[in-house]
Write a protein that binds this ligand. Structure first.
Ligand SMILES: [Zn+2]
Ligand SMILES: [Zn+2]
Length: 96
């Protein structure tokens, strides 16, 4: 009988440990996605205000570009890449 109780307690312990880890992760994710959204918004504002000029793709010179953020702390730290090269960038580098 005490065996069973021990086992249940161990399970409970594991449950809480896993649960805490999942919650921590979720918290981190939601913070970073808020930061990203805010940064994207700031960048759009800078472009609208004419502070940042939309440039052709850094790689191929295509005029249809997307904004790539080098650092979400800084809305002006961006690259302009066309869809294809933006995708390539993300395949070879990490997130953003
Ligand atoms: Zn390109
Ligand atoms: Zn990007």
């Amino acid at each position: 009988m005490s065996d069973l109780i021990e086992r249940l307690e161990a399970q409970n312990d594991l449950y809480w440990r896993v649960r805490n880890r999942v919650m921590e992760r979720q918290q981190k994710l939601s913070i970073s996605s808020i930061k990203k959204d805010k940064c994207r918004y700031e960048t759009r504002k800078l472009i609208k205000a004419g502070e940042i000029q939309v440039m052709p793709c850094e790689v191929c010179g295509s005029k249809k570009t997307q904004v790539h953020h080098l650092d979400y702390e800084y809305p002006a730290e961006i690259l302009f890449l066309c869809e294809k090269h933006h995708r390539n960038w993300h395949r070879e580098n990490d997130i953003h």
